[in-house]
Design a binder for this molecule. Structure first.
Ligand code: FE2
Length: 187
């Protein structure tokens, strides 16, 4: 089945999309991508809360994760608002969870021992996917003249970029700190 990776590869490599996909109206495509974004935020919420719980020994990192967790919940509500304003419902996103579940699970599967390093890796990677997703979503909203959804995307992209930049800044110092500590500090 099509997961996030397959979807991405197909988007990049197929010059001539299947007829049934090419025929999807821009409004319908926007709704699909809004639902994908909502599912992605639900998954981000799970990943962030799970990672934050495991990083008790790293209070400053944990604090930033919790802050972004709150942002993520607001983002999810904002996207839900876009879906409902356009006449859709979030209750039917259930089957779309699979598109992001695989990545999030893969990213958090190795949080053992070196969990702070792998946690930052997961957060940074997920944020980049979110930035790309909302950049795409914004173009779809622009295509149909949905300025409210465009504004929501702008706001979310700013938060995701800030979170990605923070995670990137943490990578080197945190990895050095992790490597300098005795293995017994693990949460
Ligand atoms: Fe995020």
């Amino acid at each position: 089945m099509a997961g996030t990776g397959v979807w991405a590869v197909r988007s990049l490599t197929v010059a001539k999309p299947p007829v049934e996909e090419a025929m999807v109206a821009p409004e319908e495509r926007l709704m699909q991508w809004l639902r994908d974004a909502h599912a992605m935020e639900e998954q981000a919420e799970r990943m962030l809360s799970g990672t934050a719980q495991r990083l008790r020994a790293w209070p400053e990192i944990r604090l930033r994760l919790v802050k972004h967790l709150e942002e993520t919940r607001r983002q999810s509500i904002a996207i839900q608002g876009c879906i409902e304003r356009r006449g859709g419902r979030v209750s039917i996103v259930k089957d779309l969870f699979a598109r992001t579940t695989g990545l999030a699970q893969a990213l958090s599967a190795h949080l053992v021992g070196d969990e702070v390093v792998k946690g930052l890796l997961a957060v940074y990677t997920f944020e980049q996917m979110e930035i790309a997703s909302y950049t795409i979503l914004r173009v779809a909203a622009e295509r149909v003249g949905d300025s409210e959804t465009m504004a929501v995307c702008d706001s979310i992209i700013a938060e995701e970029r800030a979170m990605a930049a923070w995670a990137q800044e943490q990578l080197e110092p945190t990895t050095r700190q992790y490597l300098s500590q005795a293995p017994s500090w693990a949460a």
